[in-house]
Design a protein around this ligand. Structure first.
Ligand SMILES: [Zn+2]
Length: 235
């Protein structure tokens, strides 16, 4: 199990996303370099570009289950999906939690993961890439894009949750300011991926806070029913 602590010498590749016009449909610069996939982090239904009917979004339970899917029109209960089948779009919904999209260009496997604080504590990012390795991937070939999520500027957590993060990821995972504890779920998931053996050059972190930026949906800002949709598929 990874410790989540960053190895010395690894760089955090925070990169601005690619934006489509004035909309809040953004893409990872890293994943966009691969013509064999389509992906996006979106906030509006109409941005799903004709895949809405086929898109598999699991019933998410803030747990650590990762499921491989082989067909569209499935009902799946999980917080992570994988597929190696072309034209089977998979996605997750979030509003402050971390959307994580995965791709192995060597074995042509994609993944979509919802990592909230509970899933992060249960190492769902680690479990997703390990499941890809079980399907034939190697950690060295997997690419990952960490999408917009609530960041440490806005994500204060109560003492009991603070203790859980310190136990799992060390004191450096918690940022203390004026007696309040904050965490950055994007960076903890990034470090979890590094601990698995992914290259820092293969992880794209889009450093945008969903609560600060009202173009995104944020549960903490009051969006109770609206969710971002992050999807990926092989073409
Ligand atoms: Zn913020």
């Amino acid at each position: 199990m990874p410790t989540g602590r960053q190895e010395s010498g690894n760089l955090l590749h925070e990169r601005s996303p690619i934006r489509s016009g004035m909309t809040t449909m953004i893409q990872s610069a890293l994943l966009s370099s691969f013509p064999s996939i389509r992906h996006a982090f979106t906030v509006k239904d109409h941005m799903l570009n004709g895949i809405r009917d086929e898109l598999i979004i699991p019933t998410q339970t803030h747990d650590d289950t990762v499921v491989s899917v082989f067909d569209t029109n499935l009902t799946v209960v999980s917080d992570g999906l994988l597929t190696a089948i072309s034209d089977v779009p998979i996605g997750v919904v979030t509003a402050d939690c971390v959307p994580l999209l995965l791709f192995d260009p060597d074995k042509h496997i994609v993944g979509a993961v919802h990592a909230g604080w509970k899933g992060t504590l249960k190492h769902i990012a680690y479990k997703a890439v390990t499941s890809m390795v079980d399907l034939g991937s190697s950690f060295q070939s997997i690419r990952a894009a960490i999408g917009p999520a609530i960041k440490s500027c806005c994500y204060d957590i109560p003492p009991d949750r603070t203790q859980l993060f310190i136990e799992k990821f060390g004191t450096k995972s918690v940022i203390k300011s004026r007696g309040i504890n904050y965490i950055d779920l994007q960076k903890i998931n990034y470090q979890q991926l590094l601990s698995c053996g992914l290259s820092d050059y293969h992880i794209d972190l889009i450093p945008e806070c969903t609560k600060c930026n009202d173009a995104y949906y944020s549960y903490r800002r009051g969006d109770r029913d609206k969710r971002m949709v992050s999807y990926i598929y092989l073409v």
